[in-house]
Design a protein around this ligand. Structure first.
Ligand SMILES: *Cc1c(COP(=O)(O)O)cnc(C)c1O
Length: 379
């Protein structure tokens, strides 16, 4: 949590639950990634947090954007992005969305199947296309590999087909899984795709771009490697597997760019030992839960850190089960990974949930149990 956010919470005392994002932290992460990997062109994956204030700040820094829908394309354009700086990076697109994006000047599209490639050829003729490969997602807290990507063998066939369809076979992409904490994942993926680059080159298809996707982690409860370690591993792998000519490198950070910038302010609704015995577990119910935006607590995959007003007093703590305010039984945030809350914690206390800038605001349900969507402040 930054001093700017602390000041905002102290001075404004906004109603809870709410999300406060410090835009300077987003900017800092953009600069840090750019400095760590100067060869990489940054395409912010806007699904992580599409707030206009974030998009505008990134446009001003020269960022490009990875959009997953026609609506996301429009959000980037509304923020002032050049259509040439927008990649339509979802392998699932309706023909009408392709047509409209193309009309708006988008000419870079992803695919991972023949059907999608043919759709792009028909509705966005002559565009640049890149093929998404399925790679190992081991080490990622939020894997993506089951749903997206094809094999290198099939990608080979599809890239030849792309040329026949008068598209520009532009590059290859992968995603090593979100909240990826293993730096080796990128190295393995780069090695796997480099062979395909070579094979296609021998068939007269000179791919220009390698899209390394996102996955770069945010610091939640567990320690993570610094971005420079990822950058070094990636740079080493590129040197080793592309010794003659390095392709243009695209990066699609989502979580990394905005995660650390956000803090959720929430109120404790109830602290209880429901059985009444001292040995019963303490349950802490907050006014935000799985349906209020903390959807990534599904399977306790993302383990957020909490700050309470009692942290500095040195009082005793004990592990608590943490749950949200709705009447749904699955609205439990942490039961296996309990949170050591101070024993002094009581209803009415305000708690901060750290590093909640990514994948929170848009995951909020609309009016479930009558709770309004999460209030957001961009400062
Ligand atoms: C979600 C997504 C990203 C961003 O992933 P992070 O793990 O948040 O960095 C990047 N590229 C694509 C294609 C995505 O779907």
């Amino acid at each position: 949590m930054t001093p700017k956010i602390t000041r905002f919470l102290t001075e404004q005392v906004p109603a809870t639950p709410c999300l406060i994002v410090d835009l300077d932290v987003v900017e800092q992460h953009y600069h840090d990634l750019h400095k760590a990997l100067p060869d990489g062109k940054i395409f912010y994956a806007i699904k992580a947090n599409p707030a206009p204030a974030i998009l505008k700040r990134l446009v001003s820094l020269g960022s490009c954007f990875d959009a997953a829908s026609l609506q996301e394309v429009q959000m980037c354009l509304d923020a002032g992005a050049d259509p040439k700086h927008i990649s339509y990076g979802n392998t699932l697109k309706k023909p009408s969305a392709i047509t409209e994006a193309y009309a708006k000047g988008i000419n870079l599209f992803v695919f991972d199947s023949l059907e999608e490639l043919e759709k792009i050829a028909q509705h966005a003729p002559g565009s640049r296309v890149f093929c998404r490969l399925a790679v190992e997602n081991e080490g990622a807290d939020w894997p993506l590999s089951r749903k997206f990507g094809t094999t290198t063998a099939h990608a080979h066939t599809l890239m030849l087909r792309a040329k026949e369809l008068n598209l520009i076979p532009y590059g290859l992409s992968f995603h090593v899984g979100s909240q990826q904490t293993g730096i080796a994942a990128y190295q393995h993926a780069i090695r796997a795709v480099s062979t395909l680059f070579n094979d296609l080159c021998h068939e007269g298809i000179d791919l220009q771009m390698l899209n390394l996707g996102g996955g770069f982690p945010t610091h939640y409860r567990e320690k993570i490697p610094p971005i420079y370690d990822f950058a070094k591993a990636i740079d080493d792998a590129l040197t080793e597997y592309f010794p003659h000519k390095r392709p243009e490198i695209f990066l699609e950070p989502g979580r990394y760019m905005v995660g650390q910038a956000g803090t959720v302010s929430t109120e404790v609704i109830l602290v209880s030992r429901r059985g009444g015995a001292e040995t019963d577990p303490r349950w802490v119910y907050l006014d935000i839960g799985r349906f209020g935006g903390l959807a990534e607590t599904e399977g306790e995959a993302i383990r957020y850190q909490f700050r309470t007003p009692h942290d500095q007093t040195g009082g005793s703590t004990s592990p608590c089960i943490v749950a949200g305010p709705s009447c749904d039984g699955i609205d439990i945030l942490y039961e296996k990974n309990r949170v050591a809350f101070p024993d002094a914690l009581k209803s009415g206390d305000r708690i901060e949930i750290l590093a909640t800038g990514a994948y929170v605001s848009t995951y909020c349900s609309v009016g479930f149990n009558g709770f309004p969507p999460l209030e957001e402040y961009y400062i």
